[in-house]
Design a protein around this ligand. Structure first.
Ligand code: GLU
Length: 550
């Protein structure tokens, strides 16, 4: 019995690997092109850390004229949920990060290197497992769960490393005849890698992000094909990233410790290993403790959350790039309207330990992003969001012409207002501008310095009767508020008031506040001139009337 015969016995129907090597030729891409992937399990949940990795991958491929593909790793069938792929595909779409190749829906894919769903690649893995057996680099292992447990107990008693390796690898050294006999007798088995590594030797690895790291060699005879005939992650990684021509494996740093094994697998299979870039998890400051963003505890860990609260996807990506490369923030300031693909993104500048994720900072970035939108864009995006999440906002926005004016206040100028971080902020931001909402709502009128009812009424009456004219330009408008102030015994200038506080009741700013609060119910609003222009005289009269009767 030789290796070839053993391999044929185990995988009688598997093809020669030359078939696949020809079917998936090396890619013809420009020098330096990065071929990389996003390879999630279809659990239906995309973590913000996953999106962060995918973004680093997408942008690296864009920058180098490479390829970014989506491979679904569904060999652990226990973890799968229904429509888990759709959730991932849609998240990438929402963030304008569609893959060049790979899964594009629950069942469809595009590209020449598929299938891109591991459960559909069983034949391919078996062909490569067969090849490994033929080379004497893999073998059938007949250990039962009880035997594995016994080995572990002995290792613990002897205070040595646990695992299936060296002298502990009970079935590693069976003769080929013994192996064949057991298989023919129907004894269940799985396939293991036959490691030639030694724990007392070191390997050096240069990680794109982590830099130089040393590890002991791998000596574990890890499982490559499980009892269900599907591969383990490690073996699928070898086969897929080899055949798909991956140049850079960009993945979570929980896999860093598997690098010795992975390099060994590539070496033993005779394939060129990819480069590895291990990304540290996104961290959160939790009352002074730095911890990983948790799917269970933190709503912001789920990519779907941003859509629900209406943060524009561009803002989320801008923020993620801020934490990925510290030079991005400055670049963005200088290039506010340039595509992020123009940014010179560097994988090797990513944080070695976990980058800190800060929602307040993300909202600040988002406010800047939204401040660059036109009123029409804010309108369209808010409407799209509201149609899904907020009927009242839909109803407000259905008065389109008026809403565009409201959303246009302090927009499109050199210093646009930065008061919208997410579409769910819009309603609260503009609701007071709608008469049907404002007039019928109880308002507390937070008047400040000037508080007496009579005095307030006097200001409101005089203003609307004598001073307000909708055709005034801004300067004239403001001069008239000064005149009104003078007429009623208020200082026309704040500094005049400060110099002689006893001579005046208060100053022009206080008078403006009365007008502002009566019109809007708020002390802090955008430019009052623009507000009056948008409201128009009829609405102002109604609002003053309401204020009087309060
Ligand atoms: N399916 C693996 C995971 O979700 C992929 C890791 C990789 O990118 O290779 O962690």
């Amino acid at each position: 019995m030789n290796y070839k015969e053993l391999a044929d016995l185990i995988f009688p129907n598997a093809k020669e690997i030359s078939y696949y090597e020809e079917k998936y030729p090396r890619r013809n891409l420009p020098e330096g092109a990065i071929v990389t992937r996003f390879a999630p399990s279809p659990t239906g949940f995309v973590h913000i850390g996953g999106l962060y990795q995918a973004l680093a991958a997408r942008i690296s491929a864009n920058k180098t004229g490479g390829v970014f593909f989506l491979r679904v790793e569904d060999t652990d069938q226990k973890r799968e949920i229904e429509n888990g792929i759709t959730g991932i595909v849609n998240s990438l779409k929402d963030f304008d990060m569609e893959p060049d190749e790979g899964m594009i829906s629950e069942t469809e894919s595009k590209g020449e290197y598929g299938p891109y769903r591991q459960s559909l690649r069983k034949d391919i893995y078996q062909a490569y497992a067969k090849y490994m057996i033929e080379q004497g680099k893999a073998y059938p292992c007949f250990a039962t769960p009880e035997e594995l447990e016994e080995i572990r107990a002995k290792q613990e008693a002897a205070k040595v490393r646990t695992g299936y390796y060296g002298v502990w690898a009970k079935y590693r050294n069976l003769s080929l005849e013994e192996m064949a006999e057991k298989i023919k007798a129907g004894v269940p088995y799985i396939v293991r890698f036959k490691s030639n590594g030694r724990e007392d030797r070191k390997i050096k690895h240069k990680d794109v992000i982590k830099g130089n790291v040393d590890f002991p060699e791998n000596d574990q005879d890890i499982v490559i094909i499980k009892s269900d005939g599907l591969p383990t992650y490690h073996f699928a990684h070898l086969v897929d990233d080899h055949l798909m021509g991956t140049t850079h494996v960009i993945r979570s740093d929980e896999w860093l410790s598997s690098v010795p094994l992975h390099l060994q697998l590539f070496q033993e299979a005779g394939f060129k290993a990819p480069k590895y870039a291990h990304i540290a998890p996104i961290m959160k400051n939790d009352n002074g403790n730095k911890r990983k963003l948790s799917k269970r505890k933190d709503p912001e860990a789920a990519v779907s959350y941003y859509k629900e609260i209406g943060v524009p996807s561009l803002a989320v990506k801008d923020y993620l790039l801020n934490i990925a490369n510290s030079t991005f923030e400055n670049w963005r300031r200088q290039n506010p309207n340039v595509s992020m693909n123009e940014f010179d993104f560097q994988l090797n500048k990513m944080s070695v330990s976990g980058a800190l994720f800060d929602m307040t900072k993300l909202f600040d970035v988002s406010k800047i992003v939204v401040s660059r939108y036109t009123a029409q864009e804010v309108y369209d995006e808010s409407m799209k969001w509201a149609e899904k999440y907020d009927n009242e906002l839909v109803q407000m926005l259905s008065n389109k012409e008026y809403s565009l004016k409201v959303l246009g206040i302090e927009r499109g100028n050199v210093k646009p207002r930065k008061d919208i971080a997410k579409w769910s902020d819009v309603k609260e931001n503009i609701i007071y501008m709608y008469d049907d909402k404002f007039i019928n709502t109880k308002i507390d009128y937070p008047y400040q310095t000037i508080n007496e009812k009579q005095e307030i009424n006097k200001i409101l009456d005089l203003y609307i009767e004598k001073y307000y004219n909708e055709n005034d330009d801004k300067q004239t408008w403001f001069d008239k508020i000064k005149e009104l102030s003078g007429e009623l015994g208020y200082a026309k200038e704040v500094k005049e008031f400060k110099a002689n506080p006893d001579m005046y009741k208060a100053h022009v700013g206080d008078v403006s506040t009365v007008l502002r609060v009566a019109l809007t119910g708020r002390t802090n609003t955008p430019d009052m001139y623009e507000i009056m222009q948008v409201l128009g005289k009829d609405s102002m009269i109604k609002r003053f009337e309401k204020a009087r009767n309060c």
